[in-house]
Design a protein around this ligand. Structure first.
Ligand SMILES: Cc1cc2nc3c(=O)[nH]c(=O)nc-3n(C[C@H](O)[C@H](O)[C@H](O)COP(=O)(O)OP(=O)(O)OC[C@H]3O[C@@H](n4cnc5c(N)ncnc54)[C@H](O)[C@@H]3O)c2cc1C
Length: 336
């Protein structure tokens, strides 16, 4: 049987969870469908620019918002959305494991996903040694050999985490150096566990049921080298994976969802928030703010479909909805 909700939110990062908090607090029957809880914020141990907290870990922040959203009745289902369509004025969300879910309004808040290597063996061995999150999975590799593919300061931090667990770390990167700052590089190399593999490009992940090796190719000579490892960490950045939305809502040339100031997409009833949108400032507080905006717009949409008008109380003294709306009977005022 198809599950039915007033609003389905795709993604349980800070944008989706904030949308859930706002939607559920307005009394909408709200479901969040997400591949995981927390999204990118789980990758950082310390956030110093989220208002209200001088310092907080990503996990801590996410747990608080999750709890707050659930306290208003929002539900969370862990699944991956593979498609969306509109049928008879309602939205159908297709998922990998749980079939179809029906919604009156949609909030798309599925952020950015890790960039993949795109080499043979990677797809098959995802979750079987191929990981896209050092902070999440490093403890699984205690005493084992791993390769880290990536460069830059973020990967310096990843190396420092991996050194706590792995017995050997191959640091694979395309240039001459993985870091500009030599003192940080020396710090990363301390202890002798880390071997630099410069000018290299991954060519294949090998293994039958789990990762056994990473094959890298020298960018200058084309020579291949087989690194025998139990794990391959890929930390080469993030991309929006919105292919399944093509033709459904308007995207920009980077594949990001185009929204207006009310977080409305090009399709009525579909809203979007956070890093998955064209908003250039990819920051937690902005994603959260957009989540709130998308949920309030979704609420307005659902109510109007049900024949109720919604007025936003813009400040505490004046109701800035225009004279006609003020006089109209049955206008709902948003509880903010
Ligand atoms: C290492 C790192 C450090 C950072 N540090 C800071 C910082 O200090 N301060 C700051 O403000 N910002 C920071 N950011 C940026 C911040 O994390 C993001 O801007 C913010 O998390 C975006 O939130 P989001 O909810 O839009 O998307 P995401 O966090 O990307 O969440 C998206 C969610 O959608 C899910 N999802 C994806 N695809 C699907 C699908 N098809 N079906 C179902 N679910 C799906 C994902 O599993 C995830 O749960 C950092 C980012 C990184 C990577």
């Amino acid at each position: 049987m198809t599950a039915r909700y007033d609003v389905v939110i795709v993604g349980a990062g800070i944008a989706g969870l904030t949308a859930a908090l706002y939607a559920a607090r307005q009394g909408l029957n709200t479901l969040v469908v997400s591949s995981d809880l927390g999204g990118q914020l789980l990758l950082t141990n310390e956030i110093q620019n989220y208002p209200g907290f001088k310092s907080i870990s990503g996990l801590d922040l996410i747990k608080r918002v999750e709890e707050q959203a659930k306290s208003y009745g929002a539900k969370i289902a862990f699944d991956t959305v593979t498609g969306v369509e509109e049928r008879d004025g309602r939205f159908i969300v297709k998922t990998l494991m749980g079939g179809e879910i029906e919604a009156e309004a949609l909030v798309l808040a599925f952020g950015k996903s890790p960039k993949e290597l795109g080499v043979p063996g990677e797809e098959k061995l995802k979750g079987r040694g191929v990981s896209y999150c050092v902070i999440c999975d490093a403890p699984l590799y205690r005493g084992r050999r791993v390769a880290l593919v990536g460069w830059g300061y973020h990967n310096y931090e990843n190396i420092m985490v991996l050194k706590k667990y792995a017995s050997k770390i191959y640091w694979v990167f395309p240039g001459e150096k993985p870091l500009q700052d030599d003192s940080l590089l020396q710090e990363a190399l301390k202890g002798g566990k880390v071997e630099l593999v410069p000018r290299s490009q991954p060519a294949e992940v090998r293994g039958e049921r789990k990762v056994e090796a990473l094959v890298v190719r020298d960018k200058k000579t084309g020579e291949e080298r087989v690194l025998e490892v139990d794990g391959v960490f890929v930390e080469i950045g993030y991309v929006t994976k919105t292919e399944f939305l093509k033709g459904f809502v308007e995207l920009n040339d980077k594949g990001e969802i185009i929204v207006d100031q009310k977080c409305r997409t090009s399709r009525p009833g579909v809203f979007a928030a956070g890093d998955v949108t064209e908003m250039p400032y990819k920051q937690a507080v902005i994603a959260a703010g957009m989540g709130a905006c998308a949920a309030l717009s979704a609420y307005g949409y659902v109510m109007e479909k049900r024949g109720r008008r919604v007025a936003v109380v813009a400040d505490w003294k004046h109701i800035e909805t225009g004279e006609e709306e003020k006089e109209e009977k049955g206008t709902l005022f948003l509880k903010l």
